[in-house]
Design a protein around this ligand. Structure first.
Ligand SMILES: Nc1ncnc2c1ncn2[C@@H]1O[C@H](COP(=O)(O)OP(=O)(O)O)[C@@H](O)[C@H]1O
Ligand SMILES: [Mg+2]
Length: 223
């Protein structure tokens, strides 16, 4: 089966690995690993903030943020943050939240914000008989108090240009839109080679406070 063989395409891990096979994409994919307590420790030491997400998941469900701080660790799920003084305490709490599902750990990106609310971007890219075409490029502003921007979690939709202007400034609009389009073209080439038959892609891009563009995930059947 080629087209939409759900299992493999549902895996954020498989798609992230595919993206990492292209040199031009590597700097734009946040460092990612499978979840284990030793990887969590390493990644917190290296990055200070990480995001833990289900390998197979959608809609921002189950996405957890963990930060290292002076007094220990903070874990944030939905609008609730909990502090831990010990790493063991943190891991115990995480594991009970995570249950038996598989998770990955990703470097946390400090997204640029609009009125304190993180914003990221969705690019829809569709294959038609004429070839690949853009369908939309929009910004999604997280519901106040959340770090995930998903519309299903209460995020607000804006035009990408408006979002870039409001979060980073007018001078960034053209360049960041161009960068997201360029990454979309390269990523699609790589993904199509690895997963023949894909035709509807939804790219989630973050732009950090320094203006760097990051690829959070590629949805293979975006809605
Ligand atoms: N590495 C990250 N750093 C910061 N925020 C992230 C990161 N990964 C995901 N997020 C936030 O969580 C949301 C959901 O994550 P995503 O990987 O798109 O999974 P889902 O399939 O649940 O949409 C993203 O839109 C973004 O707002
Ligand atoms: Mg997403």
């Amino acid at each position: 089966m080629t087209n939409h063989d759900g299992r493999q395409l549902a895996s954020k891990w498989a798609k992230t690995e595919a993206l990492l096979s292209h040199r031009a994409l590597v700097p734009h994919v946040p460092p990612t690993s499978h979840f284990s307590s030793s990887q969590l420790r390493n990644m917190l030491n290296t990055h200070g903030m990480v995001v833990i997400k289900p390998v197979v998941g959608t809609g921002g469900n189950g996405v957890i943020k963990v930060e290292r701080s002076g007094f220990g660790f903070t874990y944030t799920f939905k609008e609730r943050s909990v502090r831990f003084t010990s790493f063991e305490g943190l891991v115990t709490a995480l594991r009970s939240r995570m249950g038996r599902r598989n998770y990955l750990i990703q470097k946390g990106i400090a997204l640029a914000t609009v009125n304190g609310r993180p914003i990221d971007y969705r690019v829809k890219y569709v294959k038609t008989f004429k070839g690949w075409e853009y369908r939309s490029l929009v910004g999604r502003i997280a519901k106040r108090g959340l770090f995930v921007t998903n519309l299903s979690q209460g995020g607000d939709l804006v035009l990408a240009g408006q979002g870039i202007r409001a979060s980073l400034g007018h001078a960034y609009v053209k360049e960041k839109k161009r960068k997201m389009r360029e990454l979309t073209v390269i990523s699609t080439r790589v993904l199509e080679q690895r997963f023949p038959g894909i035709s509807h892609l939804g790219f989630d891009y973050g732009i950090d406070r320094q203006g760097k563009v990051w690829i959070f995930e590629v949805n293979t059947r975006p809605h």
